[in-house]
Design a protein around this ligand. Structure first.
Ligand code: HEM
Length: 269
């Protein structure tokens, strides 16, 4: 058994998705109107809708529901979220304060489910994989250019977590038989079509595996309207266990599809 002690532990950023569900036709927009933009300003959060420059303390995004598809893990709060607010910062206290204060402000009008995680260095990515899968990837674009947002929380099974990290690593690459013929593409090759057109972001749970009721990974994607079919195509490729055996160990939560917006005011207008 190759011990987990060799995995990168450093935390690069703290992030959260606040899944907001309106309570019985309540006025969610007004409930947050004065407080949420002011809170974001006070915490030094800049809107991802208009990326560029370096914000003092982090980023915020407002996403309005377009639809949702159930996954293996039932999760009504994510599936039926009317809006999702994303917040990310290098400072844990910035994210914690935003989540606590937003939940408090919206309490009379909405239920807020907070999914939070941390960004860590990549463990299964050497120089060539980095050049191939990350250096060529599209960076975040202004909202109007890539208006679609997909949130896909997921967990891996106990069987996955029992494997040592060297075995887990093998699932990201193609597999070959003794004659050198490819038997499966693996995660990275199966998703290759998404590299130039999908913004990708993955938070990991602070503990691995996550405790019951939380997800191991919060994956998130942005793309243009033209590239929505590519998003669905690479998800289908990942789910095809003949092409990507890794997904035998994956349990997905709902896939939530949203539209990126410029402000809180537009979210529940
Ligand atoms: C768009 C094309 C994609 C490419 C090129 C890609 C590539 C990769 C690579 C190279 C890693 C390993 C990172 C490391 O070194 O730790 C990874 C991890 C991961 N990817 Fe993707 N991916 C893509 C799309 C997706 C999609 C659509 C999902 C989910 C629906 C997804 C979920 C994940 C998860 C959860 C991990 C972490 C897995 C773990 O550590 O066990 N990826 N991806």
């Amino acid at each position: 058994m190759v011990s987990n002690e060799f995995l990168a532990k450093e935390i690069l950023a703290h992030g959260a998705y606040l899944c907001v569900r309106r309570s019985n036709g309540a006025d969610v927009r007004s409930a947050g109107a004065a407080g949420i933009p002011a809170l974001a300003d006070r915490l030094g959060l800049r809107n991802e809708f208009d990326p560029g420059g370096t914000p003092p303390h982090g980023w915020i995004a407002f996403l309005r529901r377009q639809g949702g598809t159930p996954g293996d893990i039932a999760d009504e709060d994510v599936l039926h979220a009317d809006g999702v607010v994303h917040v990310v910062s290098k400072r844990a206290e910035t994210v914690e304060e935003f989540c606590a204060e937003t939940t408090r402000l919206l309490a009379p009008a909405a239920r807020v489910r907070v999914l939070s995680g941390v960004m860590r260095p990549k463990n299964y990515t050497g120089a060539a994989m980095n050049n191939w899968a990350y250096e060529r990837q599209v960076v975040q674009q202004p909202g109007p250019l890539m208006p679609n947002a997909f949130l896909v929380p997921l967990s891996k099974t106990a069987e996955w977590w029992r494997k040592d990290w060297m075995e887990r690593h093998t699932y990201f690459l193609p597999r070959y038989d003794d004659g050198g013929r490819m038997t499966s593409e693996g995660h990275a090759l199966a998703t290759a079509a998404g590299i130039p057109c999908l913004l990708r972001r993955t938070y990991r749970n602070a503990t691995e595996p996550a405790v019951d009721g939380e997800y191991d990974f919060l994956t998130y994607f942005e793309c243009s309207d033209d590239d929505v079919p590519t998003f669905h195509q690479i998800c289908a490729a990942l789910r095809d266990v003949k092409r990507n055996p890794e997904w035998r160990f994956v349990r997905e939560g709902p896939t939530w599809h949203g539209r990126r917006l410029a402000s809180w005011g537009e979210l529940f207008s």
